[in-house]
Structure formats: C-alpha cells, structure tokens
Design a protein around this ligand. Sequence first.
Ligand code: 3HC
Length: 317
Amino acid sequence: MYSAISKSAPLLARGPSFSTTAMASISRITVIGGGQMGSGIAQVAATHKHEVTLVDVSQEALDRGKAYMAKSLKRVAKKKHAEDEAAQSQFVAEIMSRVSLSTKPQEAVSRADLVIEAIVENLKVKQDLFAQLSKAAPQQAILASNTSSLPIGKIAELLDSQRKQRFIGLHFFNPVPQMKLVEVVRTKEADQEVVDSAVAWVKAIGKAPAVCKDTPGFIVNRLLLPYMMEAIRLLERDVASAQDIDTAMKLGAGYPMGPFELCDYVGLDTIKFIVDGWHKDGEGLKGNPLFASSTKLDELVKQGRLGVKSGKGFYDY
Ligand code: 3HC
C-alpha cells in the first residue's frame, strides 16, 4: 500500500529507510572503464577521500580518463579558489594523487571494498568481466554495474550465489561530478546489508541515493526515454521545431535542457541502443509502442550524427 511522506522532510531523509548495520566503511574503490562515466565516478570518489584505482584496457584509454578528470577538477578548482592559481593546482593534484591507473583488472580489484563497472553496454562483455573479477576480488567486496539499460541480475548471471548477494547496480548520471543522483539498484538476490552499505557510500561521496528494483531503465531512464522518444515523434509529425520544443520544455517545465539538447548530450546511438533493446525484449516492455523505432532517430544514427560527441546530432556543435 502506498503511504504518503511529508514534503517537508529533507531530501536525503525522504529516501528509502536503511538500517545502521551497513558494512564497515567502503574506502578502496576500483572503477573499471575510464570513459566519461567511469572517470567521473573515480573523480567524485577521490574528491571524497577514497583511494581509487581506475582500470581500462590500454594506457591510452587511461590517459584519456585522467585528462577528463583533470579538466573537470580544474573547473571545480576555479570556482573554489578563484584568483589563486597555486591553490587551484594544489586542489587538483591532491585529488589526483588518490587515483591510481591500471590495465590489470584482476590485480586492481584484489584489495577493493567496492568495484564499479562502467564499460561498454554489452551484456556478454560485462558478464565475462565480472566472471573474471570474481576470481580476484575479496569475498566481502561489493560488485556494481553502472549500466543504464541492461538488467543487473543478468549481468551477474555467471556468478555464484554468494557473489550475487553482493552485486547491485549503481547508476550515475552525466555529468557525474555535477548530477546529484545515484540509483541504487537492488536485485532479487542482493543482501539488504549490501544495499544499505551502498546507500551509505553514495551519501558519503556527496550524492543522493534512490533505491529501486532491477527493472528496465530503473527510475530515471524509464521516464526519460519515453519523454525523449515522444519529443522526437512531435518533430516527426512536424508539430514544432526542435528549438521550439526545447524552449517549451525549458521555460514551460523548468528542465535544464530541452529534450533534443538532452538527446544530443546523452548520444543518439545510446538512445537508439536502449529503446531498441527494450522494444525487442525488455522485461514488461517488449513491443511497447513508447519504445518503437523512430525513422528520424534511425536516420541520424545512420548518418553518424550521434550528438555532441560527434559534433552533430539534432543540432550542430
Ligand atoms: N565537471 C565539473 N563541473 C561541471 C561539469 C563537469 N563535467 N559540467 C558542468 N559542471 C558545472 C559547472 O562548472 C557549473 O557549476 P556552477 O553552477 O557552480 O558554476 C554547473 O555545472 C553548470 O554548468 P554550466 O554553467 O557549464 O552549464 P549549465 O548551467 O547549462 O549546466 C548541465 C550544464 C549541468 C549539464 C545542465 O545543463 C544539466 O543539468 N543538464 C541536464 C543533464 C541531465 O539530464 N543529465 C542526465 C542525462 S541521462 C543519464 O546520464 C543517464 C544515462 O544512463 C543515459
């Protein structure tokens, strides 16, 4: 039964209740995947005094991840220590000193309290990675995936039951240093103590947790993707221009970005990948017209107009 919660309760207190028996503190984090999400997660954890190891397949990929972090930290440092360049550099250096880089996943997880995977959205690749990591990570470690659309339970499928109890989703949002939310995704097998520990850790890194079940899109993407697809369909039906739809949602609904700006920001290939997957065989979503393919989206992706990252999407950059 639904029970109402007072609107006056502070944001963090309004979240799902959690016990105080969470596992001893999480201090050593290994992040697998040095892309924008992985490096953002590493940056935020290091900012909050955690010892972080960032893992990727090559030194080149790690250097790119390190550059993302340095750029984002410089932005924060400029605001924190305006006019004082030495203090800015020291701020960045101090945080970066807590981040180690590695191309050896098994070695990198051997002392981890928490492992967060943020690699390519491919189920088989993720399953194989975790099968490999589970041979090396401490038994008490929490294993987590930052997937935005794949079922957490499926990613953990090759693991034994003990590991499954310590496996959850930790879904961050782009840009990670700026977006406050982390969805903590609870599978049927996950221990409550693991969920509680993850919730406590999310708060410890200055974010706000929202706990949810392992269903397609969790909370945010389950609501955001239909919104984006409906916006694209408005455009296909020539109801209004992309600019006017964006203006309408920014000024009429208070969104920081309009749906087309957001589509370009997230990546049109990513959006297509998510909706196609759900339409084909998402649990409870198969054949749902909300996620049916869109000619406009398919065309843009085919032309390589993927959004901000490729310089062109619904808009040119
Ligand atoms: N690192 C550090 N700080 C950053 C940053 C970064 N990468 N990106 C932005 N910021 C900071 C800026 O320094 C600035 O800080 P200030 O307000 O203290 O000066 C603040 O964020 C605002 O940035 P800007 O002034 O450059 O630009 P905007 O005001 O336009 O904000 C935005 C940019 C934060 C991206 C804002 O437009 C926004 O919130 N957009 C919506 C983003 C969103 O919806 N993200 C979720 C996408 S869905 C997702 O990720 C799920 C996935 O699974 C698909």
